[in-house]
Design a protein around this ligand. Structure first.
Ligand code: FAD
Ligand code: NAI
Length: 482
């Protein structure tokens, strides 16, 4: 007879492993199926999904290394420090990144043991329903094993979207996987897509010496961000840091050719100014991600998809099938690890009859460029489109002693609050440590705070968080330091 569980999770990324741990904490017999997509060098399954293996964590490790290199080259002099002949050994940088990934993915296996989650290595798929239980097949190295489950949580995540006619080999033309594993900084790096990956990984390789050109289809830069932030980011990235970003681009062809021993990529594109060709040594394709549906057997059991090809799910992550749930990148909403994890917790708690809940209005966004960009809630554009009257307070880091002391005073905090009630509607930060500073705004908005609440809270001095405080004061036109 098939092994039986209360909860079977398909996919061991942030959505899946967290759902499994929470379900087990709540007393359910729980299994998590993970394929060998990110197997370690010995072939053992690795948990953590895109995030830990080829996403959030490795990209932040490389961002940090490249920032240190940049600082040693260009930031020390102002402090009176001379660092001669600063060199970057890319192989050591990559080993450090790989060690962090190994440490964290192994850690999740430890968490599974601690919480008594059974790891089922292999590819999971629906095989039908019998006696009120979902029948799931796990195709592993040693053949197919069948398990039965009362509840199934699909957390199969997403994969990079590739473009027709642009074959990704992850050597010369790369998606996120290859872009996180180059063995040297290319002389000339082309990037298709000025989204989050294009900006983060473009920055990494630029700091390490690459001449980076980004080709973006949309006419606006960072259209999802607040317009004031997008404008500042454009200025800093292009004028101060020298990233070349071309907007309103239509890619018309990509060709790989040999120049002597070297492979080069020619990207043909058009803009309103004419037709151009970009010659580069490596090309990153970062044009969004697609949900992982293939091979799941969803069709056979009638699992519905939405108009974007994601698994259709309501605000509680319920699918159209009884006791089948879906979380993370495979469903609607932002493709973010913390959103996936929140959904994993919610679903496990709903299965347990508790009041699981995700507040989709208060999910923070962070882009880990330098300066960092972070926001929560509505942008000015959204509020205008919705006809909401608002007031705003904007304070530059230049007016903050700590930012000056750290030599990192680019950017600002911008707070948008309801004109009538003062309720905080959105907070937008571009600047050092924006990823950490945004947490205060998230807490405030989660508790329904008004701008005056933050204005009346004592913030430690001297800290960058004082800029958040001043922005709240500025909403009421009573900033003290600006
Ligand atoms: P995934 O992490 O994709 O995990 C799904 C898992 O399911 C995978 O391990 C896959 O192998 C497995 N799987 C798929 N199908 C099957 C099957 N049939 N059987 C068994 N297993 C299966 N987000 C942030 O919040 N912050 C960041 O800084 C950030 N940086 C990123 C940087 C990069 C370069 C990339 C690519 C992404 C980044 N993200 C970031 C996004 C984040 O990685 C995803 O939103 C997150 O991993 C989604 O989690 P998930 O569990 O839904 O899916
Ligand atoms: P993205 O959606 O952020 O950006 C893709 C960009 O490519 C967009 O600007 C889009 O207009 C452009 N584009 C699409 N088709 C194009 C074409 N044919 N030619 C030129 N440009 C084109 O997607 P990205 O950067 O691939 O990242 C995928 C997802 O991974 C993100 O949406 C995000 O959810 C997640 N991620 C999150 C990070 C974070 O939280 N810091 C970091 C990296 C990724």
């Amino acid at each position: 007879m098939a092994q039986q569980f209360d909860v079977v999770v398909i996919g061991g990324g942030p959505g899946g492993y967290i759902a499994a741990i929470r379900a087990a904490q709540l007393g359910f017999s729980t299994a998590c199926i993970e394929s060998d997509a990110y197997a370690d060098p010995k072939g053992a399954v690795r948990l953590g999904g895109t995030c830990l293996n080829v996403g959030c964590i490795p990209s932040k490790a490389l961002l940090r290394s490249s920032e240190l290199f940049e600082t040693a080259n260009h930031g020390f002099a102002a402090h009176g420090i001379t660092a001669a002949a600063v060199k970057m050994d890319v192989a050591t940088m990559m080993r450090r990144k790989d060690d962090i990934v190994a440490q964290l993915t192994t850690g999740i296996k430890g968490l599974f043991k601690k919480n008594k989650v059974t790891l089922l290595p292999g590819r999971g798929s629906f095989a039908g329903r019998a006696d009120g239980l979902w029948q799931i097949e796990v195709a592993g190295k040693d053949g197919v094993v069948a398990v039965a489950a009362t509840h199934v949580i699909v957390a199969t995540g997403s994969s990079p979207r590739h473009l027709d006619g642009i074959p990704v080999d992850n050597k010369t033309i790369c998606d996120n996987v290859g872009a996180l594993a180059l063995d040297a900084a290319p002389k000339r790096l082309g990037v298709i897509g000025a989204g989050v990956i294009g900006l983060e990984l473009g920055s990494v390789w630029q700091r390490l010496g690459a001449d980076v050109t980004i080709l973006e289809a949309l006419p606006d830069f960072l259209a999802a961000a607040d317009p004031a932030v997008a404008k500042e980011a454009w200025k800093v990235f292009t004028k101060q840091q020298g990233l070349k970003i071309n907007l309103g681009v239509k890619i018309t062809g990509v060709k790989q050719t040999k120049k002597g021993k070297q492979t080069v990529v020619n990207v043909s594109y058009e803009t309103s100014a004419g037709a151009f060709t970009l010659e580069c040594d490596k090309l990153i394709v970062s044009v969004g991600r697609v949900p992982n549906i293939a091979g799941l057997g969803g069709d056979a059991v009638g699992l519905q998809l939405d108009e974007r090809g994601c698994i259709a799910a309501n605000e509680h992550c319920q699918t159209n099938l009884e006791n089948v749930w879906a979380v993370g990148d495979v469903i609607r909403g932002p493709m973010l690890a913390h959103k996936a994890m929140e959904e994993g917790v919610m679903v496990a708690e709903l299965i347990a009859g508790q009041a699981g809940h995700v507040n989709y209005d208060v999910i923070p966004w962070v882009i880990y460029t330098h300066p960092e960009i972070a926001w929560v809630g509505k942008t000015e554009t959204q509020l205008k489109n919705e006809g909401v009257e608002f007031k705003s307070g904007q304070i530059p880091f230049m007016a903050n002693g700590r930012a000056l002391g750290q030599g990192d005073s680019t950017g600002f905090v911008r707070m948008l609050a309801c004109a009538k009630t003062d309720t905080i509607l959105g907070v937008h930060v571009i600047g050092a440590n924006a990823s950490e500073l945004i947490a205060e705004a998230v807490v405030a908005m989660e508790f329904g705070a008004v701008a005056e609440d933050i204005a009346r809270i004592c913030h430690a001095h001297p800290t960058l968080s004082e800029v958040m405080h001043e922005a709240a004061l500025a909403v009421d036109k009573r900033a003290l330091h600006f």
